[in-house]
Write a protein that binds this ligand. Structure first.
Ligand SMILES: [Zn+2]
Length: 268
């Protein structure tokens, strides 16, 4: 069978962008869902521009938050430029929700009858380069003796499938909760702040990829942070949350973390 034509053309944006490549601190930030680009060849997945503006396509406000946080922490930050509707870079390839044909209530018909070759192509052009770049960054830092702490940044919709979410921020972890526990403690000191512990999502091998592969398997400290999207709609809100998160992140490393406990056994 002939190979399909390349997905990305000259007019399409880069797969990802790096912010603060000179990041000298231990912090390495990722924003898997920061973008909503769709390769021109896919014709917007035949979705309405209105839908592509919503959380269905991307994590609203997370790019602004991530860039501000990276500047405050002198961190390396990588942001994916493409919509999770093309392929979700925070799902294991092949997982049922790696390329969704239904997102919450919204059908994505252009995704429903993909061939194996088309799925593979989305992976090789949009998924692999992003994760290869994160791996290369972490490898390089390890070689140079620069420690790394991974923070995966996301934002979540205040109402999902009719369900209101009360948390302002969620602190998520899987097998290694060392950093997460310190952040929970730090954020909960602020009066009035509702902080989710593995809410609104929990980390698992099926529902996450970035944290599992680049954090747990490498055995470096890591955490996933989810901020509610309505708090990030203005630049002032993004700045407020960047300062808040930078403060608790720096405080969380004031004392050395205890030794790692998990042995990377399978997790539900
Ligand atoms: Zn996300």
């Amino acid at each position: 069978m002939p190979l399909p034509d390349p997905l990305l053309g000259a007019e399409d944006p880069d797969v990802f962008r790096i912010f603060g490549s000179s990041g000298r601190s231990e912090w390495l930030l990722t924003a898997d869902h920061a973008g909503r680009a769709i390769p021109g060849r896919l014709a917007g997945l035949q979705l309405s521009p209105a839908l592509l503006d919503t959380h269905v396509a991307w994590d609203l406000g997370v790019a602004g938050l991530a860039e501000r946080l990276a500047a405050l922490l002198d961190a390396f930050l990588i942001l994916h430029n493409y919509s999770r509707l093309v392929i979700d870079v925070n799902r294991p390839p092949g997982a049922p929700d790696s390329i969704v044909s239904l997102s919450e209530q919204s059908p994505i018909p252009a995704n429903s009858k993909l061939s194996i070759a088309q799925r593979e192509q989305r992976r090789s052009e949009l998924f692999d380069p992003y994760h290869r770049r994160i791996t290369a960054e972490l490898d390089g830092r390890q070689r140079r003796g620069q420690p790394s702490v991974l923070v995966a940044l996301h934002s979540f919709t205040p109402v999902h499938s009719g369900q209101e979410r009360p948390w302002h921020v969620g602190v998520l972890h899987g097998r290694d909760g060392r950093l997460a526990r310190r952040l929970l403690r730090g954020l909960r000191q602020e009066r009035g702040l509702q902080v989710g512990d593995n809410e609104p999502y929990a980390v698992s091998d099926d529902s996450d990829h970035t944290l599992v592969v680049h954090g747990e398997r490498r055995r470096i400290p890591h955490v996933e942070l989810e901020v509610r999207q309505d708090l990030l709609t203005s630049e002032a809100g993004q700045q407020e949350w960047a300062v808040r998160l930078a403060t608790v992140l720096v405080e969380s490393l004031a004392e050395e973390l205890p030794p790692i406990q998990h042995d990377y056994s399978p997790l539900g």
